[in-house]
Design a protein around this ligand. Structure first.
Ligand code: SF4
Ligand code: SF4
Length: 297
């Protein structure tokens, strides 16, 4: 089972929910494998809430073309085939712009002189860490790199290959509704959209709902800071037939713990809601989210 946790904008509590949900399951079902993967690669911050130990670290690269000057006849074919304007042919030089290149290989394949070859371009790092029984994988894009999607894809591949199919995967997706989010949720069995019951929150939620429907994902809404704002989000979900699968209350204790970088799953009201969310997902998907036997407390 893979659950992706997304939101239309940052700061809605997406990371808080991801970390606390994953941590709660790993602590309650220590015999099962639970993996939290931070796919918010431009600004990964799940780790701020976890005391973790690094067990593996890898350099992440993607392929871009490299020019071989002595073979080139300046025929311009590479420039013309590149749909992304990532190549410029100058009178005595061919320039490749890595930030525009989508690693499609077309220029390399079509160069009549074999004057281009694919080479590794460093885009970031990924780390596998453990925090007690929780496995935590974090992808981090190098500063200045603009393409988050290859970094997200390789971070997800690492998580998938490293852990058994029976593992519960929780993905902390990037905020928004653009390509990085779509990449992050594409393999998910269920997507949780986290929203706050405010006009801004509702505006972004509507965009997220539209995106999830367009890509055909099963999803539900968790209202964070329930009790602030108005009832418009609940009304919207009712009218649109969107499931509200949980509500995290607006409590001073949550804010206090959050500001100290502490987990909020120890708060009984939050804990109850987290289990409620997991039970709802199990019911909706018909798949068991919570594997194994609940540990005696
Ligand atoms: S297609 Fe090959 S030979 Fe032609 S300009 Fe590009 S690199 Fe040079
Ligand atoms: S690999 Fe594809 S995207 Fe990159 S420069 Fe070549 S043609 Fe353009």
């Amino acid at each position: 089972m893979t659950i992706a946790i997304a939101s239309g904008k940052g700061g809605t509590g997406k990371t808080t929910l991801s970390v606390n949900l994953a941590k709660l399951v790993s602590a309650t079902y220590p015999e099962a494998e639970t993996v939290l993967t931070d796919l918010d690669v431009e600004e990964p911050n799940s780790g701020l809430f976890l005391n973790s130990e690094v067990v593996d670290e890898q350099r992440v690269t993607r392929k871009i073309p490299e020019w071989i000057e002595e073979k080139c006849t300046y025929c311009n074919i590479c420039r013309d085939v590149c749909q992304f304007n990532a190549i410029a042919v100058l009178p005595n030089q061919v320039l490749v712009f890595p930030e525009l290149c989508h690693s499609c290989n077309a220029c390399v394949g079509l160069c009549p002189e074999n004057a281009l070859r694919m080479t590794d371009h460093h885009i970031g790092r990924l780390k596998h860490m453990t925090s007690e029984k929780l496995n935590f994988v974090e992808g981090e894009l190098k500063i200045g790199e603009q393409q988050a999607v290859p970094m997200i894809a390789q971070t997800m591949d690492y998580s998938r290959e490293k852990f058994p199919e029976s593992a519960l995967h929780v993905y902390d997706a990037p905020p928004g509704t653009s390509c990085p989010v779509i990449e992050s949720v594409k393999d998910a069995d269920y997507v949780i959209l986290v929203s706050e019951p405010t006009p801004f929150g509702l505006h972004d939620l509507k965009l997220s709902v539209k995106t999830m429907r367009k890509i055909g994902k099963r999803f539900g809404v968790v209202i964070n800071r329930d009790g602030i704002g108005n009832n418009d989000t609940v009304e919207y979900c009712r009218e649109e037939g969107v499931d509200i699968i949980g509500r995290i209350p607006n409590m001073t204790e949550i804010a206090r713990k959050y500001s100290r970088g502490e987990l909020i799953s120890s708060i009984p009201e939050v804990r109850e809601q987290l289990f409620h969310i997991l039970e709802n997902i199990s019911q909706i998907t018909g798949q068991s989210v919570l594997p194994g036997q609940k540990e005696e407390e």
